[in-house]
Write a protein that binds this ligand. Structure first.
Ligand code: ADP
Ligand code: ASP
Ligand code: MG
Length: 486
């Protein structure tokens, strides 16, 4: 039985043109597969507006959140009206939107009254974007003659209660998915499912983390033993760098799970990193394609043995990082210390981005996003569970205003020529670098630079190393004409 899961992101549903393009793609695949599932995110910008609303309900300027709610309503109506005006689904959709907006207003009022919001409130609010868009997309598909049914993933994806970054409980999710969806498939109905959200076993809404709709597609693909998962977005596929930052970025036709994981984990927004873990566990081929250029083959992500050649594939960056460096006493087990630090910080909700160690200097370097760096530094100074034997934390060296630059490619961390090419390229460009190590596999090489040098470093590595590396170029191809998502 051939099963396809297709996910359409916010950029593929954020305006009338994008929605119509996405619907064309579903119509083109309709009937080509025994079972097909469509996953949809919130419209582009909607989750940001919702979270902004929650924040503003705590702001001093009372009632400002009502202005954002108005903006949200106008944004949704500006899409729904041109597509559905004169159609009976217009009224139905507007009733649904009004109901969700009333829910949002009452949660914000409660937050304002209590003077605080909980991660659980934030998830309830953030989920509203998907819980609206799924009905818009399914109404549009119905109008195009596609038999489909909107489903909220709170009925399918069972998660833990780690609000804002929940993890699925796979066996319970498998059971729900395989009870709810097959009766629809039997009637040739396409389930149109909310991305990003799930619910705890007792039914409280959770979210899988920002950008988590990609992850939803992989979770469902895994539960259904799908043949393929296709992620539709606004670029031709996985590129050698973020095309928004590096206009010369090229399409990578095929790449391994491991390389894409490193790329996504270290900043490339194109896929949520957990998507790749879920897909690789199930050996599920992932395809990333452009909704606005569907003829382009996109990027195929699979096992290294099928896809991978040596060389540097891509470069990415995360900005506004804080690095905390501490000395380690000789004779201590660095791996054990690393695990203890990550566990202790994660327990406090202060997940480090990465922990690197320098065996020569006997130091450990922990990278945090700058917005939690103060809390993390305080935790190191005050929390006794972090005063681990063997680490000198009395005077941790703290460096703010940094960027983490990551190169990915098969085994590049253990390919010495690459480090020397990268170092000399950046030295020539006047950028100071500090090598930190590899990410979660030898397929990445991570170093830090000052924030203000970050973009320049990425462009230099891209143009001087990736595009000029004879081992790399055959794997990449110039992007086809980039069609904007307007
Ligand atoms: P969606 O709404 O489809 O989920 P996102 O905005 O989350 O889309 O992800 C797509 C964006 O990811 C692209 O517009 C691009 O700017 C960004 N991106 C960052 N790094 C890369 C990369 N290496 N290859 C492709 N896109 C990238
Ligand atoms: N709408 C959610 C977000 O903006 C999930 C997603 O886009 O994948 O983070
Ligand atoms: Mg995304």
């Amino acid at each position: 039985m051939k099963t396809l899961v297709m996910k359409f992101g916010g950029t593929s549903t954020g305006n009338v043109n994008a929605l119509n393009r996405s619907a064309d793609i579903v119509v083109a695949q309709y009937g080509e597969w025994d079972r097909m599932v469509v996953v949809v995110s919130a419209m582009e910008g909607v989750t940001d507006l919702l979270l902004d609303c929650a924040e503003q309900s705590l702001a001093e300027e009372k009632g400002h959140y009502l202005v954002i709610i108005d903006d949200l309503w106008n944004k949704l109506n500006a899409v729904v009206w041109p597509i559905f005006a004169g159609d009976q689904s217009y009224e139905q959709l507007m009733v649904l939107i009004d109901t969700r907006i009333q829910e949002l207003t009452s949660i914000c009022q409660r937050i304002q009254l209590q003077g605080k919001s909980s991660p659980r409130d934030m998830d309830e609010i953030a989920a509203i974007g998907e819980r609206i868009n799924v009905y818009i997309v399914s109404a549009l598909l119905s109008n195009r003659g596609v038999r489909c049914q909107a489903i909220e993933a709170t009925d399918l994806i069972v998660t833990d209660d780690c609000y804002q970054a929940a993890s699925p409980i796979q066996n319970e999710t498998d059971a729900r998915v395989n009870a709810v969806l097959p009766p629809l498939f039997a009637k040739a109905i396409i389930p149109v499912i909310t991305g990003f959200i799930g619910a705890t076993p007792n039914g409280t809404t959770t979210t899988l983390g920002r950008g988590g709709s990609d992850y939803t597609a992989a979770i469902l693909g895994k539960s259904l033993h799908a043949n393929e998962v296709w992620i539709w977005t606004d670029v031709d596929g996985i590129m050698t760098a973020d095309p928004g930052l590096t206009p010369g970025a090229r399409l990578i036709p095929d790449i391994s799970y491991s390389e894409v994981y490193e790329l996504a984990y270290f900043g490339a927004k194109v896929l949520h990193p957990k998507t790749i873990l879920a897909a690789s566990e199930a050996n599920l081929p992932l395809l990333v394609k452009n909704t606005f250029n569907p003829q382009c083959k996109g990027t195929k992500i699979g096992n290294c043995s099928q896809t991978n050649k040596f060389g540097v594939s891509a470069v990415t960056g995360i900005f506004n990082i804080c690095l905390l460096t501490a000395q380690i006493m000789p004779g201590r087990d660095i791996t054990k210390i690393k695990i203890q630090i990550v566990a202790a910080l994660t327990k406090q909700g202060l997940s480090p981005l990465a922990v690197f160690w320098d065996t020569r200097e006997r130091s450990i370097c922990i990278a945090f996003s700058e917005n939690i760096s103060n809390l993390a530094i305080q935790a190191f100074e005050e929390d006794s569970s972090l005063r681990l034997p063997g680490i000198t934390f009395s005077q941790p060296q703290v460096t703010e205003g940094m960027a983490l630059i990551t190169l990915v490619g098969r085994e590049i961390f253990i390919t010495p020529q690459i480090l020397s090419i990268v170092s000399s390229t950046l030295e020539k460009a006047g950028v100071n670098i500090n090598l930190l190590g590899n990410g979660t596999s030898p397929d990445s090489l991570v170093f830090s630079v000052a924030n203000e040098d970050g973009e320049h470093a990425i462009k230099q590595i891209h143009d001087e190393v990736i595009l000029h590396d004879p081992m790399v170029s055959p794997r990449t191809q110039p992007a086809l004409k980039h069609v904007s998502a307007l």
